[in-house]
Design a protein around this ligand. Sequence first.
Ligand SMILES: Nc1ncnc2c1ncn2[C@@H]1O[C@H](COP(=O)(O)OP(=O)(O)OP(=O)(O)O)[C@@H](O)[C@H]1O
Length: 246
Amino acid sequence: MIPPAIQITNLCFNYSDQQNLFTGLNLTVEAGDRFGLFGPNGAGKTSLMSLMTGLLPFHEGSIHLLGNSVERNDKNAKKLFGFVPQDFSFYEELTPKENLEFFGAWSGLGKREIEQRSNELFNILALEPVKNKAVKKFSGGMKRKVNLAIGVIHNPRLLFLDEPTVGVDIETRQEIIAYLKRLNESGTTLIYTSHQLSEAEELCNKIALISNGKIIAFDTLNNLLQEHGKQDLEDLFVHLTGKAYE
Ligand SMILES: Nc1ncnc2c1ncn2[C@@H]1O[C@H](COP(=O)(O)OP(=O)(O)OP(=O)(O)O)[C@@H](O)[C@H]1O
């Protein structure tokens, strides 16, 4: 049996200076899903991503990625997934090629593999003509694509994406979304959060809404829309959280 991509059981967490953010949160995402996590500002989306990727330690409960327990700084668990954070994670002074060499090696890939995979990604993401130019000179859209390439250099089976298209033009957005769909078709589970709800409708097959540290809705988008008699994700969001999505 294939283990779930994500299994969170009874998760409890708070920042040291704050009240509990999560008190017994449960969530299961099946392998192969394109899962979207949404919620009002401050609901805990980024914190949950950081807990799932081992960047934050949790107090109680368990998190399993593809059947492997997540412990802070566990290198083996880290190889299972890729993370495309909202803040750029590359070295500005380096070129895309140099960045991928660095992060590819960090993920445990050999020289040959890195070269092959980099060339593939430069072609798919139209970065070939700029692969030897310092990233600091790039537009926002090109930087997003380099950020994405770093997250997928090691062909992860599970990919976390925090606002992967923020600040990019429509054409680049479409290019990125098309690539994410292709990745999913080839077997990569996507865990995504964004403030672009129309993009989410296009990309995600499963949706969870989080509010005040609790999952308040979880299903396919169609089922949720039908159940609550709403037209789109934005309507549903306002209906369930009482807040506009900003
Ligand atoms: N490093 C931190 N230290 C203390 N509190 C934090 C820290 N990071 C986030 N918080 C708090 O935890 C709560 C959840 O924040 P988080 O950033 O996870 O929410 P979010 O849903 O991602 O919000 P947004 O949509 O605004 O990005 C908020 O109350 C926030 O102020």
